[in-house]
Design a binder for this molecule. Structure first.
Ligand code: F6R
Length: 366
């Protein structure tokens, strides 16, 4: 049942190239310049007329929502807010019929997300669900939605659900940007073609597993980790830290790289591994200087870099390469090494990877 893998989590990490393809199959027709999600097409006016989009979710699904905030605002110019479902529902939030709420949930059963949906509906908002489990409560309680088609996710730590959620959200952003005229035709066509290539690039990113195993052996006894990223990769840093906490029980924090100097840099010493997403992007130079600041304080750098990078290689203690893709799509590839790192550290520490202590696959209590 684990298909030759030692754990469901590893099997699910390796399924990502094929499930991302399943998620866009029949929906993304790059040659014809078409992105079509049934649940979106049926209600596209709601999105086009929305004053703003509010995304509600918990945990890893909330991180997918944060990635979506970047891509939606960037491409569609619709204001987006991303909320922890548990905070949103108890805050007496301002919601109206002009708002569109997107609820993201792998299981489709998360109590707080469900309660946030009910609240939004009671205020007249249109609610769109992105779920993995077909027929789940959230998929039934929303006005419309799109499934992620990741297949059953058994490992408690979410992996393929995250990347397929981002795939759906990216397709939505592209479709809406096209409809709103906020994207040039050439950029639109480029994104479609690049999104179609993502499964191959995820496959390529998986080739770093042996190297990541070696890095895991070096750092498995660390008591704390920092994860840094900027822009689209800030939420990836949060997700990397969450994965490590969940399955290895090592304390980890994700931060936007530029926030380092506002506090966390005080933590840096020779015992602190810092995972930095330092891919070629708008923020590259800035992230490189963050790496220098960490090295000056003897921190240990594990950098996720773009293939062929040389500048970071000279500074970092360890580098893991990922293939090139436009910045908006990079979370789909930069997430992969972070999943593998947390997996291998947990295995080396002999933890129960698929069923970490104190956690349940679906959180049906608040
Ligand atoms: C992390 C994880 C949790 C879930 C969260 C939301 O690996 O699994 O943080 O992401 O409980 O669950 P869903 O997406 O089912 O609503």
């Amino acid at each position: 049942e684990k298909g030759g893998f030692d754990h469901f989590m590893l099997k699910e990490i390796y399924e990502q190239p094929s499930v991302i393809k399943d998620t866009y199959r029949g929906r993304l027709l790059a040659d014809q310049g078409i992105v079509r999600l049934g649940g979106l097409e049926d209600h596209i006016e709601k999105f086009l007329n929305a004053d703003r989009i509010i995304i509600v979710a918990c945990g890893t699904s909330w991180h997918a929502g944060l990635v979506a905030e970047y891509i939606f605002e960037d491409l569609t110019r619709i204001p987006v807010e991303v909320e922890y479902a548990s905070e949103f529902r108890y805050r007496n939030p301002i919601i109206s019929e002009k708002d569109v709420v997107i609820a993201i949930s792998q299981s489709g059963e998360t109590a707080d997300t469900l309660a946030a949906i009910k609240l939004a509906k009671s205020k007249g908002a249109f609610v769109f669900g992105i779920c993995n489990v077909v027929g789940s409560t959230i998929s039934r309680e929303t006005h419309s939605g799109s499934y992620t088609h990741a297949g059953p996710e058994i490992g408690v730590a979410s992996t393929k659900a995250f990347t397929t959620q981002i795939t759906v959200l990216t397709m939505m952003a592209l479709r809406l940007a096209k409809a709103k005229g906020t994207i040039s035709n050439s950029a639109y066509m480029l994104y479609l073609r690049e999104l179609e290539l993502i499964p191959d690039q995820v496959q390529e990113a998986l080739l770093s597993e042996d190297k990541i195993k070696e890095i895991s052996a070096v750092f498995k006894d660390a008591r704390n980790f920092l994860y840094l990223g900027r822009g689209y990769n800030f939420p990836v840093a949060l997700e990397g830290a969450l994965k490590l906490k969940e399955i290895s029980y090592i304390h980890a924090e994700g931060y936007p790289a530029a926030e380092m100097k506002h506090g966390p840099i005080a933590l840096i010493d020779e015992h602190m591994p810092v995972v930095v997403i330092a891919i070629k992007s708008e923020h590259y130079e800035k992230v490189v200087s963050n790496i220098q600041e960490i090295k000056a304080r003897k921190g240990k750098i594990i950098a996720v870099v773009s293939k062929g990078d040389t500048a970071v290689r000279d500074m970092a203690d360890y580098v893991i390469e990922v293939p090139h893709t436009p910045e908006a799509l990079t979370p789909l590839v930069t997430t992969i090494p972070l999943q593998l790192l947390s997996y291998h550290i947990a295995v080396l520490l002999d933890k129960n990877v698929d069923q970490p202590r104190n956690l349940a696959k679906s959180v049906t209590v608040e």
